[in-house]
Design a protein around this ligand. Structure first.
Ligand code: UDX
Length: 466
């Protein structure tokens, strides 16, 4: 279901919701999509955001945007280093942003009261902003948390204390292939570790984050019941017992028209796909953060070239460590794949995945990418790098069985085999059929009476009752 209404004509309910996205692409997208969904439910929307990676307000003329005057972070921020130490980055970001966030929120609440505008119903914050709840509490503003990962990944973070107690953590090399009995279908190597110089930082970050979730007035997930039924039951029975939860996803299927992309999306990707045969193309993208070394970059390039399957490859500047863009490619490579391969810096990914020419998505298994692929019935080759990507990849390959997990050393022969398996062989056909089945489930859950539709109704009532 794709609800396309003129936002300016939607009825308003006199209540305003403040959204606070984490300033990274994989977090901005779902939060702004959520804003559009809540706007369609009658809420006015205010986005409080950092100066770092600020969203493009022109694409959302019906939202109010409120920027920090200075987050003290933008000058020192190095995009290529984000994945090196996520816990340290998030601890530092939270510490630097507490004062600007408080100031922004105070100004907003005061000016609205003075001007007798809509009253504020609640704050919806990204879970990684663990400063948000206590600041909002000071203003007596209820807080709901948006978890931008899958329910399974969120649970696996919440299970860290148990995993530590049972001896899975810290991970030992000899245990990597062992199953995590308490958390099927994960193996030890699928535990969503956050790479860090200091493991205390990771524990500290996850524990404060979890405390905030436990103290919140609700949890929103960009997922849907039919996809994560077992995990949702676990949420109700073992974790977050007394907190109302709202799996209302997939968010982007409500309002695909608005773009929250921080980079300009190369529309020539679509005209190139228009010239390709149905289901003939492999789309390759590793999201907005992952970075690879030159050897891996070259193996990917040769794997794609040798597979003889047409490919659309997103090489984001910064994807190859130490490279500006395509310099590591050998001389003559582009000419050799000319016509069969197309490389862009950033693509309109949702449009790409919905294009009939695309037959497979080779992905890093970020949650947005995974959901976007599921929504279009596209089977995946998963190459996770860190954090929740490990869990997503395991679920894609072993629970939903709509893709395969590319494991071991990244080599051109293995890549070629994986591409052929998904694109050409019977195995891939099975994955495609199961992916199409999930796509149907997506359509049903968003329809009137569907699980996400109902969850959204409950969320709206809940916000109005706070
Ligand atoms: C990060 C984490 O890596 C991910 O694991 C977590 O779930 C969310 O935060 P990211 O790595 O960027 O996100 O991956 P992903 O979640 O897939 O989000 C990427 C977004 O960028 C998607 O919405 C995708 O549509 C968009 N995108 C990607 C583009 O618009 N164009 C592109 O070329 C590539």
């Amino acid at each position: 279901m794709e609800t396309q209404q003129d936002p300016c004509k939607l009825p308003r309910n006199g209540r305003r919701v403040i959204l606070f996205p984490l300033p990274f692409q994989g977090h901005i997208n779902p939060m702004l999509q959520l804003g559009s969904i809540l706007y369609s439910e009658g809420f006015s929307i205010t986005i409080i955001h950092t100066t770092l990676n600020s969203p493009n307000s022109c694409n959302y003329p019906h939202f109010e945007f409120c920027s920090f005057s200075d987050d003290g972070f933008s000058e020192t921020y190095q995009p290529s280093k984000v994945a090196d130490d996520i816990p340290a980055l998030l601890l530092s970001l939270n510490a630097k942003c507490i004062v600007p966030f408080r100031d922004c929120l105070a100004n907003k609440l005061m000016s609205n009261a003075q001007e007798s505008k809509d009253s504020f119903a609640c704050l919806i914050t990204d879970a990684a902003w663990f400063i948000a709840l206590s600041v909002a509490n000071d203003f007596k503003l209820p807080t709901i948390v948006l978890l931008t990962d899958s329910i399974a990944a969120s649970l696996s973070y919440a299970a860290f204390p148990i995993l530590r107690e049972k001896g899975y953590l810290p991970i030992q090399d000899f245990q990597l292939e062992a199953p995590v009995i308490e958390f099927p279908p994960l193996r030890v190597k699928d535990i969503p570790l956050l790479k860090t110089q200091d493991s205390n930082n990771a524990d500290k970050f996850l524990s404060i984050r979890d405390n905030q979730i436990m103290a919140s007035s609700g949890i929103i997930w960009n997922s849907f019941e039919d996809l994560e039924q077992v995990e949702l039951t676990t949420v109700h029975q073992q974790y977050y017992l007394s907190i109302p939860v709202f799996p209302i996803g997939p968010f982007h299927k409500y309002f695909p028209a608005y773009s929250s992309s921080l980079l300009s999306q190369d529309q020539s990707s679509i005209s190139w796909l228009d010239r390709q045969a149905p289901r003939s193309v492999i789309y390759v993208s590793f999201g907005s953060i992952a970075a690879i070394n030159e050897i891996e970059f070259l193996e990917i390039a040769w794997g794609l070239a040798n597979s003889r399957v047409p490919f659309l490859w997103v090489v984001r500047p910064g994807l190859g460590r130490g490279a500006e863009w395509l310099e590591p490619l050998p001389k003559g490579f582009l000419e050799m794949v000319d016509g069969r391969g197309y490389i862009v810096k950033w693509a309109p990914q949702q449009q790409v995945l919905a294009h009939p020419a695309v037959g497979c998505f080779w992905t890093h298994s970020g949650w947005n990418s995974t959901m976007e692929s599921i929504c279009e019935g596209i089977p995946m080759i998963c190459q996770p790098y860190f954090a929740d990507q490990m869990v997503n990849s395991r679920y894609v390959s072993h629970v939903w069985r709509v893709g395969l997990h590319l494991e071991g050393k990244l080599e051109r022969e293995g890549i070629e085999r994986a591409i052929r398996r998904v694109m050409v062989e019977a195995d891939g056909q099975g994955m495609r059929e199961r992916a199409m089945y999930l796509k149907e489930k997506v359509d049903i859950c968003l329809q009137r009476g569907g699980s996400s539709y109902q969850s959204l109704g409950r969320l709206t009532d809940h916000i109005l009752s706070l």
